[in-house]
Design a protein around this ligand. Structure first.
Ligand SMILES: [Zn+2]
Length: 197
């Protein structure tokens, strides 16, 4: 049986793109290239999961609450919405699921799985996990923002339960705060395939 190709796009949201409140350099280019790629290849993937940071107004990760990051991806705001050109392409496909994270005021979730004590604690992360488990074999392709934060943490969680699958990272569809070094290093050390198309 052929391995099912699955795409996970991490946080392709307006606030993480140039012009947003927590913009990552190169994010617009990466998301536009991903959009162009997908516009003719949507059917390549068996399923597409899109994760979304979806914070309350007073989330603990914001600097004004003593956290690390400027206010970003507040639910029901433009900043939390998916990069519009990408959303327009994804809307043409029925196999897309949106998975929210970071919804509790007091807890941040860089990874949609938010694995603690070997348990997945986020409901939307469980949906992805259940799907992966239902596949005899799968290949997960990763893209998104930020490569050294949420993409990296999602991959780290995935590697804990991918006995029946492999992980591939689209390097040119990923934008990192550090230019990509941490993600590159992790992939090389953990036999995760990182490549450009
Ligand atoms: Zn966040």
């Amino acid at each position: 049986m052929a391995a099912k190709p699955i795409l996970i796009i991490v946080d392709p949201q307006n606030d993480f793109i140039e012009g947003g409140s927590l913009a990552v350099s190169g994010a617009q280019k990466a998301m536009q290239e991903l959009t162009d790629y997908l516009s003719t290849r949507l059917t390549l993937f068996d399923r597409i999961f899109v994760t979304q940071d979806f914070h309350p107004e007073d989330h603990c990760s914001f600097t004004e609450q003593g956290g690390t990051w400027p206010k970003h991806c507040v639910r029901e705001t433009f900043g939390a919405e998916i990069f519009p050109p990408l959303k327009a392409v994804l809307d043409k496909c029925s196999g897309v699921e949106y998975c929210k994270k970071g919804q509790s005021k007091g807890r941040d979730q860089y990874s949609v799985f938010d694995v603690q004590n070997e348990e997945i604690t986020n409901e939307d992360g469980k949906k992805i996990y259940d799907y992966l488990k239902s596949c005899e074999q799968f290949c997960v392709f990763m893209a998104g923002i930020a490569g050294d934060v949420c993409v990296l943490n999602t991959i780290k969680d995935l590697t804990q339960f991918v006995e029946n699958g492999r992980i591939f990272v689209f390097k040119n569809f990923t934008a990192s705060l550090d230019g990509g070094q941490k993600l590159d290093d992790y992939c090389k050390e953990n036999s995760v395939n990182i490549f450009s198309v």
